[in-house]
Design a binder for this molecule. Structure first.
Ligand SMILES: [Zn+2]
Ligand SMILES: [Zn+2]
Ligand SMILES: [Zn+2]
Length: 355
């Protein structure tokens, strides 16, 4: 994600801020122009956005921001929905009568908005299409109940998240139990969005043929494949074929894991480019440092160039983490087979944008 600055004082501010840390002016995120803007009072409950991208347009706060302080997205004046473009996608929110659920929900919403930022930036559809035949992206944040544990997953446009994943101790416990190198709320949401976008962009489309060449035949029995994975573990050669062990369980999971990975790369590269990060791991003393090229998501964006910037950046980020005594920020290796899968995802997204 790009880095934002206060329109009033120029201070660096962050995606989740609703006040400038330095000058105290109110801030709101404008999903229509993907910018965090300083806000001037326009009239009661209405704000005029200072961002040059918004051209002095007027917005309202999201009801979840006003009532619960968990959302800083703004609603354009001519949109009558009380909820912002992100919050209106919720079908079920956590039971706020429970202690701690407001805090869990806030974490889940922040991760969700971060994902939506990238979808909107990439030009990916989140609304329904074909007269409602293709449902919009929706979310259910559910809690385990006695004898009915909640499985994080996707079905028919709905992403269900077990809200226990918002608790760091619980998520880390699950990560260790499942021998995963990486487990985050953003990662879950990106993975599940992969299933949503498979239905949208691959199923019954001209992309399906190439999908099967790269990922395999998705008509293979899904339940049997997952049962087999949890019983036998990943196939012995997964590291040469898939980006994670779990991805080797079934072509759909391979797609969702690779899709999530593509989104990780996009978000992190945009952040690095936005901060002007340069990396030159082969010869750090050489002046000709390799600047992470300012990307984002345009039709000319070259996949190989993007990956060329990505690999040295991950080496640098891992080493920086080691300097702080932390484990790898990026605990992945991308084999050539996965490069081709990522390239395919890149092309699919580019073709959505140009349509
Ligand atoms: Zn400021
Ligand atoms: Zn909202
Ligand atoms: Zn999945």
């Amino acid at each position: 994600m790009k880095c934002f600055h206060c329109d009033n004082c120029g201070m660096m501010v962050f995606f989740k801020n609703d006040l400038c840390i330095k000058c105290g002016h109110p801030l709101g995120f404008l999903p229509d122009v993907l910018d965090l803007s300083e806000l001037e009072t326009a009239s009661e409950n209405q704000w005029r956005a200072s961002s040059s991208l918004a051209q002095k347009r007027v917005y309202r706060n999201c009801a979840n921001g006003q009532q619960y302080k968990i959302c800083n997205w703004m609603i354009p004046e001519n949109d009558s929905n009380p909820l912002c473009a992100a919050c209106r996608l919720n079908e079920v929110i956590p039971n706020l009568a429970e202690n701690k659920n407001l805090e869990r929900w806030e974490k889940l919403e922040l991760a969700k908005r971060r994902c939506l930022y990238t979808f909107l930036k990439l030009g990916l559809p989140v609304e329904n299409a074909r007269g409602g035949k293709q449902p919009s992206l929706r979310f259910r944040f559910l809690e385990d109940e006695e004898n009915s544990p909640v499985k994080t997953g996707h079905q028919d446009g709905v992403i269900t998240v077990n809200i226990a994943e918002a608790d760091d101790d619980e998520r880390e416990h699950r990560r260790l139990t499942l021998h995963e190198p990486y487990r985050t709320v953003v990662g879950h949401l990106r993975h599940e969005s992969g299933h949503f976008y498979w239905d949208r962009l691959i199923a019954n489309s001209p992309n399906q043929k190439r999908f099967r060449e790269l990922f395999g035949d998705e008509t293979a029995d899904y339940d049997a494949a997952l049962q087999n994975y949890y019983k036998q573990g990943p196939s012995a050669d997964w590291q040469g074929r898939t980006v994670t062990a779990y991805a080797s369980s079934h072509p759909w999971e391979d797609w969702a894991e690779t899709w999530a990975h593509y989104l990780h790369i996009m978000d992190t590269l945009e952040t690095a480019a936005s901060f002007g990060v340069s990396v030159n791991p082969d010869n750090a003393a050489n002046d000709a440092s390799q600047k992470i090229s300012p990307i984002m998501f345009n039709e000319q964006m070259d996949f190989d160039k993007m990956l060329e910037g990505w690999i040295p950046l991950t080496c640098a980020l891992n080493s920086i983490n080691h300097g702080m005594g932390l484990s790898d920020l990026y605990p992945f290796v991308i084999p050539p087979a996965v490069v081709e899968k990522l390239r395919f995802i890149h092309q699919v997204i580019k073709s959505v944008r140009s349509n």
